[in-house]
Design a protein around this ligand. Structure first.
Ligand SMILES: NC(=O)c1ccc[n+]([C@@H]2O[C@H](COP(=O)([O-])OP(=O)(O)OC[C@H]3O[C@@H](n4cnc5c(N)ncnc54)[C@H](OP(=O)(O)O)[C@@H]3O)[C@@H](O)[C@H]2O)c1
Length: 266
């Protein structure tokens, strides 16, 4: 896909990865509809980008605000690309997570991309070439202690992307799933960063993730997992999950030290 002039709706545009994606898409000449809840951050982002772009302030967890976003897309004349990037993560021991933190994560990371895809599919530019690109995670392929609900949401998003992509295989709509590894943004609080340091987990800049988004849109691929050894462990977890069980069992006491007694803030 040539991105020049393409209409792209980007959720979570004000976040670390969202801003990097917006910057790289704008540099490609795409026309953006940027959405998030923070009006000032959205306006500042739109002003910084080359070209003319639109913003829509919306809390995607609320059905009427998703409907308002869909109306904006209709008024725009439809879409070439939907990027489901908004997400939240509540690191912590499962039994210590309040119900509302569990529900918010499942809603924003899984239900919202499913519902937005459903609502906006009729507005995707077909016949022609259109893309739904869902931002997953390494934790959409590896169940990790301390991230049980986040993993549930991202495993679900991966399954949804695969099934919908196969359902639409004879249409002009391509469904993509990109799984970043740990990325240096505010999504990860101090406890996650400390755990990553203790485990020696490598992380990427948001620009690396954004470059992968641009490459997927351009080159027609449908799945991509970022990072090594993360890609290897995602594969190993599919074929020999007991080996990964054992590796994580050996790290459990350490993970528990960071994951227990977390404040739920996001
Ligand atoms: N950072 C990582 O280590 C990492 C690794 C793998 C995958 N990912 C995935 O990458 C995506 C982007 O993450 P990030 O690291 O850029 O996170 P981030 O910096 O925390 O940004 C999250 C974005 O989501 C928006 N958002 C949050 N709640 C919302 C709501 N209710 N309605 C609408 N928008 C909402 C935020 O804007 P407002 O607060 O203004 O609404 C913000 O733009 C997520 O799907 C995440 O799961 C991240």
């Amino acid at each position: 896909m040539n991105l020049a002039g393409k209409r792209v709706l980007l959720t979570g545009a004000t976040g670390g990865i969202g801003q990097a994606i917006a910057t790289q898409l704008a540099a490609e000449g795409a026309s953006l509809l940027l959405t998030a809840r923070d009006a000032d951050a959205l306006a500042a982002l739109a002003t910084r980008l080359p070209g003319t772009h639109q913003v829509c302030v919306a809390d995607l967890a609320k059905a009427p605000e998703r409907a308002r976003l869909a109306s904006r897309v209709a008024a725009w004349g439809g879409l070439d690309v939907l990027i489901n990037n908004a997400g939240s993560q509540h690191f912590g021991w499962f039994t210590e997570q309040p119900e509302d933190a569990i529900s918010r994560q499942l809603l924003l990371n899984l239900e919202v991309p499913v519902l937005l895809s459903h609502d906006l599919m009729p507005q995707l530019a077909v016949p022609g070439e259109a893309v739904i690109l869902n931002i997953g995670s390494t934790f959409g392929s590896i169940g990790h202690p301390g991230f049980s609900t986040y993993c549930a949401s991202k495993f679900g998003l991966r399954g949804f992307s695969e099934a919908l992509g196969r359902e639409l295989a004879d249409t002009g709509i391509r469904v993509c799933y990109l799984a970043p590894r740990a990325t240096r943004t505010d999504l990860n609080g101090p406890a996650v960063n400390a755990l990553n340091d203790a485990l020696g987990t490598r992380s990427d800049s948001p620009q690396v993730v954004a470059a992968a988004v641009i490459a997927m849109l351009r080159n027609g691929s449908r799945r991509r997992h970022l990072g090594w050894p993360e890609r290897f462990f995602a594969w190993l977890n599919q074929v020999l999950p007991a080996v990964v069980d054992l590796a994580l069992r050996q790290q459990l006491a350490l993970i528990k030290r960071f994951a227990m007694h977390q404040e739920i803030s996001k």
